[in-house]
Write a protein that binds this ligand. Structure first.
Ligand SMILES: [Zn+2]
Length: 272
């Protein structure tokens, strides 16, 4: 089961998140038929999204992260909501992503969504996310994520994030930095200890004050036939019936869950 632990540590000055997203990555592998490189790439971004969705405050909050390669040939996109429902897809990134831009759109019930972009520093999700928080949100963040694959399956995914709250003392910054050294190989630590084990082994004393908050992110698409109807209706009845005549039906594909929605002439008559 996927897990996201959140707590405040080091005199409540540092926000700690520990994630196990192994199942999330395995669900993505099944849905998208991913090879190992694809699983690592999408898996890392799904983990990042599970973390960011877990930080949303508004009940209707949502976040999406899109990474586009410099030459526009590849896109990896993930999105998630306050309920921890995470989904994503990968398009044309068979050879990994070298260079490009990461865009984050965060809608947290505020007046307008927050949009941040940053140039990709490397092909490592953790580094890109740290850079994003530093440049776009001006929050110092240490991220260590990992995805470990074996025989086409994900055996461990997840990691640790620490974010410095305003006014963190030098001493507590050092503590956070030192603690992060334990998670350089995040996937290995998740594999041997699990998210629960990480809290127990490294933070049991530190989390006593604020307690630990546990949620369960999951791979879940929010598409529905009703939503797709809303997407095709603006085309108008005449145009839709013309498509049915030419192609047998109106077919809409959801990238996130690989589902096809098909509408025949009866369905279209009913819509209008
Ligand atoms: Zn879908």
């Amino acid at each position: 089961m996927n897990k996201l632990y959140k707590s405040l540590v080091y005199d409540l000055q540092v926000s700690l998140s520990v994630l196990d997203t192994t199942e999330l990555v395995n669900d993505a592998i099944k849905i998208h038929n991913l090879d190992e490189d694809g699983a690592k790439l999408l898996g890392g971004l799904l983990t990042a999204c599970a973390y960011m969705a877990g930080c949303l405050k508004s009940d209707k909050g949502a976040v999406s992260i899109t990474v586009k390669s410099g030459d526009g040939s590849a896109t990896v996109s993930v999105s998630g909501d306050k309920d921890g429902h995470i989904r994503g897809y990968i398009d044309g990134a068979g050879n990994g992503l070298k260079g490009g831009v990461m865009t984050v759109i965060k809608d947290d019930g505020l007046f307008r969504p927050f949009l941040g972009t940053c140039e990709l520093k490397s092909c490592d999700v953790s580094e890109n996310l740290m850079q994003y928080f530093h440049k776009s949100e001006q929050i110092e963040t240490a991220v260590s994520f990992g995805v470990k694959m074996k025989n086409g399956k994900c055996v461990a995914a997840g990691g640790v994030v620490m974010q410095l709250l305003p006014g963190t003392s030098e001493e507590n910054m050092d503590k956070a930095e030192n603690a992060m050294q334990n998670f350089i190989n995040a996937a290995e630590v998740i594999e041997s200890l699990g998210a629960d084990g990480i809290i127990d082994k490294y933070f049991s004393k530190e989390t006593e004050k604020s307690g630990v908050y546990l949620t369960f992110p999951a791979y879940k698409c929010n598409c529905s036939r009703k939503k797709i109807e809303g997407v095709i209706m603006p085309l108008g009845k005449t145009e839709l019936l013309k498509i049915v005549e030419e192609e047998g039906c109106v077919s809409v594909h959801c990238h996130y869950c690989n589902k096809d929605y098909k509408f025949k002439s009866d369905d279209i008559e009913k819509l209008f």
